[in-house]
Design a protein around this ligand. Structure first.
Ligand code: NOJ
Length: 550
């Protein structure tokens, strides 16, 4: 038998400081999301931290990614996993110190990795000094948030009908001020800022400069579609309420006014050089609406949530790929691709099997543009559905018990279970203590240690794919061409590569597009594909993706 195609891991990941002036590096970059609380714990308190990330940077360099996006590590009461920030220029003492960020950036650069931080501009924590002053009655501070008088007798009802993304009303009463309410699109501990106020703009510009001066390479902007609300905060009708990943047209999401904010941030980023980037977390109804966030004078990238939300069906996948590429080409930006992140069910579980998740990864990494990986995806981790109620931390779970939100948004803890690094030990090497969410007993076999060097493992599949991606010149952001393919199969060519995706639950026979480079199915080989196939054809395995040298 010939070597299985998943063993071709021969190219070392490049090391060394990324060139500071490499305009356009992000157009085909593979960016790895580190969910800091669940990545690696250095001090044994059960929560991941920045020193833990520093220790594990070599894993990311060896994996072959180009950049790291760190989820919020700022001081926070952790009402929403750190997306409730009480100080934007500092580090939560439980997660490290400012010196750790400096060292992390230096060490990442030395390994050839860029570093993006997560900025949360739509809201602050209710413990942020501004909101504390606002609650204490300071009118200047109140003007930076959305305070409104309620409806009904003595203002006893919320000012409008908006619902929080996490369930329940988007308004909470101001303690000690009957009839007065404040707006929070997310948890009550996350009051929305009013971006019509110039001080809010100044503050975030200053925060961005603070981190850029420290050497970071850019930012992921949380709720980048949410900062501007429709004038007059109009009712929307109960039937059209939001959910975190909803893409409805709503008076508080994807308003045209947000684009002026992004233009300002682009100017600020460019004042630091052409290689500092901004990425929009923007949920919109269509690819065209998403592309508006990456017009030439706005941000550099936007997450492609339409791709992530597409099911395992060849026609639908082709359509979303075409629409994404057309929309971004229309504004001169690259597309991005993402299969998993910390707010959605892990791809392996969402797509129905590890085989499909592995195939989807090879599809994503063969597409033109930039790809985002979520920690643990390279290990093929499944969603952890069975978590004890008391262990759950997602505010949506506790805010809407027994409702649809509990089933949907309450699932967010299941993709945040700390990573297994070692095959055994108290938290599988996550740290010297336990882990803030319990890890399944079977995760030792999925650990980095267990998978490293095993040519059939998901980790080695990702490593090989990322190495090949670097090896094939021009693969990055160049064009793709669809090729004829049987029903249920997608075939397309890229410079030096043909990619074949079989979404069917059975093998499909087709002509060989070239020499087999990589196959998502462990132990599959060209010989095995020839066996049982008609002359001049190959049996492409069920639920697989293959790369062919062309
Ligand atoms: C999007 C983040 O990804 C999510 O985790 C968070 O809950 C909301 N924004 C609110 O900040």
């Amino acid at each position: 038998m010939t070597q299985p195609a998943t063993t071709r891991a021969t190219v070392p990941a490049p090391a060394g400081r990324p060139p500071r002036s490499a305009p356009g590096w992000w157009r085909d970059a593979v960016i790895y999301q580190v969910y800091v609380r669940s990545f690696a714990d250095s001090d044994g308190d059960g929560t991941g931290d920045l020193p833990g990330v520093r220790q594990r940077l070599p894993h990311l360099a060896a994996l072959g990614v180009d950049a790291v996006w760190l989820t919020p590590f700022y001081p926070s009461p952790q009402a929403d996993g750190g997306y409730d920030v009480s100080d934007h220029r500092s580090v939560d003492p439980r997660l490290g110190e400012l010196s750790d960020v400096r060292a992390l950036v230096t060490e990442a650069h030395a390994l050839g990795l860029r570093v993006l931080l997560d900025i949360v501009p739509n809201h602050t924590s209710d413990r942020h000094p501004w909101f504390r002053r606002a609650l204490a009655g300071d009118p200047a501070a109140r003007a930076r948030y959305h305070f409104r008088t309620g409806r009904g007798e003595r203002g006893a009802l919320p000012p409008n009908d908006w619902e929080s993304v996490f369930g329940g009303p988007a308004w909470s009463p101001v303690p000690g001020a009957p009839g007065l309410w404040y707006l929070h699109l997310f948890a009550p501990q996350q009051p929305d800022l009013d971006w019509r106020h110039p001080r809010v703009h100044e503050e975030f510009a200053s925060v961005l400069r603070f981190w850029l001066d420290l050497g970071v390479d850019g930012f992921r902007f949380d709720v980048a579609h949410g900062m501007v609300k429709a004038d007059g905060l109009p009712d929307i009708g109960a039937a059209r309420q939001a959910r975190l990943i909803g893409a409805q047209e709503l008076p508080f999401f994807d308003q045209d006014g947000v684009h002026e904010i992004h233009r300002g941030w682009r100017r600020l980023l460019e004042s630091y050089g052409p290689d500092r980037i901004g990425v929009a977390e923007a949920w919109t109804p269509t690819a065209e609406r998403t592309a508006r966030y990456v017009r030439a004078d706005e941000l550099h990238q936007a997450f492609n949530f339409h791709f992530l939300q597409t099911g395992w069906e060849a026609g639908e996948l082709r359509q979303v790929i075409e629409e994404s590429l057309a929309a971004t080409a229309g504004v001169g930006a690259p597309s991005t691709w993402v299969l998993s992140h910390h707010d959605v069910v892990r791809a392996r579980t969402r797509l129905g099997s590890l085989a499909r998740a592995r195939a989807a990864a090879l599809l994503m990494l063969a597409l033109p543009g930039s790809a985002y990986l979520y920690q643990g995806e390279e290990l093929g981790l499944p969603e952890v559905a069975e978590l004890p109620r008391a262990a759950r931390r997602d505010p949506a779970f506790h805010r809407a018990p027994g409702t649809a939100a509990e089933g949907e948004q309450g699932m967010r803890d299941g993709c945040r279970v700390p990573l297994p690094w070692e095959s055994d030990g108290p938290s599988f090497g996550f740290g010297p203590g336990g882990s803030w969410l319990p890890q399944p007993a079977a995760w030792g076999a999925l650990s980095v240690r267990a998978q490293t060097g095993d040519p059939l493992s998901t980790l080695e599949l990702y490593r090989t794919a990322l190495q090949l991606r670097r090896l094939l010149p021009g693969l990055g952001d160049s064009a793709m061409e669809w090729l004829p393919a049987p029903a249920g199969v997608l075939a397309f060519s890229r410079p030096g590569l043909v990619c074949l995706l079989n979404t069917r639950d059975e093998a499909v026979c087709t002509a060989a597009p070239g020499e087999l480079l990589l196959c998502s199915v462990p132990e599959e080989s060209r010989d095995a594909m020839e066996a049982g196939a008609p002359a001049d054809q190959l049996r492409i395995p069920a639920n697989s993706c293959t790369w062919w040298a062309a």
